[in-house]
Write a protein that binds this ligand. Structure first.
Ligand SMILES: *[C@@H]1O[C@H](CO)[C@@H](O)[C@H](O)[C@H]1NC(C)=O
Ligand SMILES: *[C@@H]1O[C@H](CO)[C@@H](O)[C@H](O)[C@H]1NC(C)=O
Ligand SMILES: *[C@@H]1O[C@H](CO)[C@@H](O)[C@H](O)[C@H]1NC(C)=O
Ligand SMILES: *[C@@H]1O[C@H](CO)[C@@H](O)[C@H](O)[C@H]1NC(C)=O
Ligand SMILES: *[C@@H]1O[C@H](CO)[C@@H](O)[C@H](O)[C@H]1NC(C)=O
Length: 236
């Protein structure tokens, strides 16, 4: 019984971490005020040259809309600030969108550039790293809402400094992103990435929450049960 409860507890912690690691971001246009850039993803970070595998790196927890820089962000650009770096510094991440005409009258949006700026504990700028060959993240803009881009499996992006002698790597998973024409509280129909066409191992949030509640119920029942047993013993 104890092992069972312990493994349930581990599962509950894992599910809760999985939920906390999914950062959700929304940028609004001002006139009229309505969403025009929606994004969510789990992000992992690795210094250039580190050989550790991303499966052994913990995702960054607790990112949300409070991290969105609402001055520099707009319908073409999402900037996320104050992302904690494990040594006490932080970094900003900006995702830049470009609209291109795929064919006569058929517009697509694409991620044009992702850049990273590191800061030390005092907030001093440690330099910018970027990747401006990101066209893999793209989707049509046709129709009322256009389409979002979805990649559950995720992928790595190398970001290089200006002198091209230093880089960092980020891993983006459970990524969904949609600029410009964005439904009020959801994403439009997605274009699925190559990596995501075969596998989909993500536990959806609802299933996660139900499991979480179940785990709590079992745990509470177990604890109450144990107390009763103890009291019963003491009475003998
Ligand atoms: C955009 O609007 C939503 C809903 O009103 C709000 O929750 C969110 O914080 C806004 N985004 C930014 C970056 O201010
Ligand atoms: C922009 O962000 C700041 C700091 O998070 C917040 O105080 C302010 O209300 C936001 N402005 C808008 C228009 O959302
Ligand atoms: C990211 O790139 C954009 C476009 O090149 C630039 O305007 C912006 O300053 C960069 N952001 C950072 C944090 O360096
Ligand atoms: C993370 O923060 C530390 C402490 O400020 C800093 O020395 C280090 O260079 C930062 N790492 C990166 C990759 O920016
Ligand atoms: C952008 O990232 C991809 C994937 O990591 C990499 O293959 C490509 O070389 C990078 N491009 C630049 C300009 O750094």
């Amino acid at each position: 019984m104890r092992t069972f409860v312990l493994s349930l507890f581990t599962l509950a912690t894992a599910i809760s971490d999985a939920e906390k690691s999914l950062g959700k971001f929304l940028v609004n246009r001002t006139d009229p005020v309505e969403p025009c850039f929606r994004a969510e993803f789990v992000i992992k970070f690795r210094n250039g040259g580190d050989t550790v595998d991303f499966t052994d790196i913990k995702p960054i927890l607790g990112l949300n809309n409070d991290n969105v820089n609402n001055i520099t962000s707009n319908c073409d650009r999402l900037q996320i600030d104050n992302i904690p770096n494990e040594s006490g510094g932080s970094f900003s991440l900006a995702i830049d969108i470009n609209i291109r005409e795929e064919a006569e009258g058929a517009d697509w949006w694409e991620v044009n550039e992702i850049n990273y700026t590191g800061y030390d504990t005092e907030g001093n700028d440690l330099g910018t790293f970027k990747n401006d060959s990101m066209q893999r993240i793209s989707a049509p803009l046709a129709g009322t809402w256009g389409q979002s881009f979805l990649c559950n499996a995720g992928f790595d992006v190398e970001l290089w400094n200006e002198d091209q002698d230093k880089f960092v790597t980020i891993n983006l998973a459970r990524l969904q992103i949609q600029p410009h024409k964005v439904p009020e509280d959801t994403f439009a129909n997605p274009v699925i990435c190559e990596e995501g066409k075969n596998i989909n191992i993500v536990i959806p949030a609802i299933v996660g929450s139900i499991l979480g509640v179940l785990v709590l119920v079992v745990l509470v029942t177990y604890i109450i049960g144990r107390k009763r047993t103890r009291i019963a013993y003491q009475e003998i």
